[in-house]
Design a protein around this ligand. Structure first.
Ligand code: ASP
Length: 439
């Protein structure tokens, strides 16, 4: 029999009504055997996520403030869900215990993790599934890195004991037994870990949108959805700003080639986006799969005659960047010049120290910094075999009156990254979208 691992995000489990929808989805398909749950998310636009409320509690305790009144809001969120579901389930003991453990300084990650812990207890009860605590099956190493192999063995062994189970997302356990969370949105990673260990046929990630869109809907009106995307294309889009799935969620399932299907809990009939290891067909028959981008970059231009023949020149620059914890996002070079694109936020706070140091170690003729740049990534597995794609991109941008500051095309020809001024960011995305997608 097939196995599907299903993960539900915070908005899908924000209140009793959503819990009921989730149960309908799970029960509609007996192959949906393992469920990973997030903490209750926002019910309305100005609501507060339970995870954020827990972080607030942690901060209040650190500031020696009394959390009694504030904590009642968290209690209310869970008791409302239980009441709305009409189940006979008393978690007041758990809630009391957590409050005291937080006050006894159990740590920031412990506090944050309790959102998924409690939600999963309730969901397990409601579905009639077993509960597997992530702290017993997801492990981190001493240096806080995720311990994938130890986790996979423990998770496999535990899953084999349960036909159906709910596992809380977002957290695991350090070697000393304390709780550690992934970064925000990390329940997506837990879902992927469970899917790998279950050797699932599919990892369904249920959220509040019907998958990835070809461009940011705040810039393009009603962009087309992406029906199929490869792991590698998704990595490029997520890294460059597309947010639906945690950018590290790909890795565990990638090991086994398990596809991920992004689905919408509020529109369960929508097919969503299928993320696959390889795809021969283009996305919706278009050359490009998607466009993503981010603002907030600077370019450091280094000029020096004959730099190319100077042994170790680039290595010295990279060492200096490393020392100041500045990461090169993209690199372009000429015979006597080199341009590093870096995050403005990282650079700005260190500019006064970093530039003189860079001068010293390179003895460059000139170093200049240009800020206020945005990066736009055009991603598509179809670009490789279509002649003239770059020409179309650049004429579309130029016709829109945009000045291109830098271009980076990886050898894989899966993406082209273009740096433009921030003021041209939206215009650039519109021009490319209109060129490739609009008839
Ligand atoms: N609840 C956590 C967060 O808000 C983790 C998650 O939902 O994936 O980031």
């Amino acid at each position: 029999m097939q196995i599907k691992v299903v993960k539900f995000g915070g908005t899908s489990l924000a209140d009793a009504e959503h819990f009921k929808r989730v149960a309908e989805i799970v029960k509609a398909d007996p192959t949906r055997r393992y469920v990973v749950a997030s903490a209750p998310g926002k019910r309305t636009g100005n609501d507060v996520k339970v995870t954020d409320m827990l972080y607030n509690c942690y901060n209040m305790i650190r500031n020696r403030e009394d959390i009694t009144e504030y904590y009642k809001n968290i209690v209310q969120r869970y008791t409302d869900i239980i009441k709305g579901l009409g189940i006979d389930f008393d978690i007041t003991g758990e809630l009391e215990y957590i409050k005291h453990a937080m006050m006894a300084r159990s740590g920031r990650d412990y506090a944050a993790s309790r959102g998924e812990y409690l939600n999963s207890l309730i969901l397990a009860k409601y579905l009639g599934f077993d509960f597997i605590d992530a702290e017993n099956v997801i492990f981190f190493k001493e240096n806080s890195e995720f311990d994938e192999e130890r986790t996979n063995i423990a998770m496999q062994e535990e899953l084999s004991k349960h036909k159906n189970a709910v596992i809380p997302g977002f957290y695991g356990c350090m070697p000393n037994g304390t709780i550690k969370t992934f970064s925000r949105g990390g329940s997506d990673i837990t879902g992927s870990i469970v899917a790998r260990a279950a050797n699932a046929d599919l990892y369904e990630n249920w959220t509040d949108v019907s998958g990835f869109l070809m461009a940011d809907p705040r810039i393009i009106e009603n962009p087309l959805p992406i029906s199929t995307i490869t792991y590698r294309e998704l990595r490029e889009l997520s890294y460059n700003g597309a947010t639906v799935l945690h950018e590290d969620a790909i890795f565990p399932v990638q090991k086994e080639g398990i596809p991920i299907n992004i689905r919408n809990t509020n529109h369960p009939k929508d097919k969503g986006t299928l993320i696959v290891p390889f795809a021969s067909e283009r996305n919706n028959h278009h050359i490009i799969t998607g466009i993503a981008g981010k603002k907030g970059f600077s370019v450091i231009n280094i000029e020096k005659n004959h730099m190319g023949s100077e042994f170790g020149f680039a290595a010295r620059i990279f060492r200096c960047l490393d020392f100041y914890d500045i990461h090169t996002e993209h690199l372009a070079s000429g015979i006597d010049s080199m341009s590093h694109i870096v995050s403005s936020e990282k650079l700005n706070s260190k500019l006064d120290e970093f530039i003189p140091e860079l001068h010293k170690i390179t003895e460059a003729d000139n170093i200049s910094v240009d800020t206020g740049l945005a990066l736009v990534a055009v991603v598509g597995r179809g670009m490789k075999e279509s002649k003239g794609t770059a020409a179309r991109i650049f004429s579309a941008i130029s016709n829109a009156g945009v000045n291109v500051r830098m271009i980076d095309q990886g050898a894989s020809e899966l993406n082209i990254v273009i740096a433009v001024y921030e003021s041209d960011y939206e215009k650039t995305i519109e021009a490319i979208y209109n060129e490739f997608v609009k008839d």
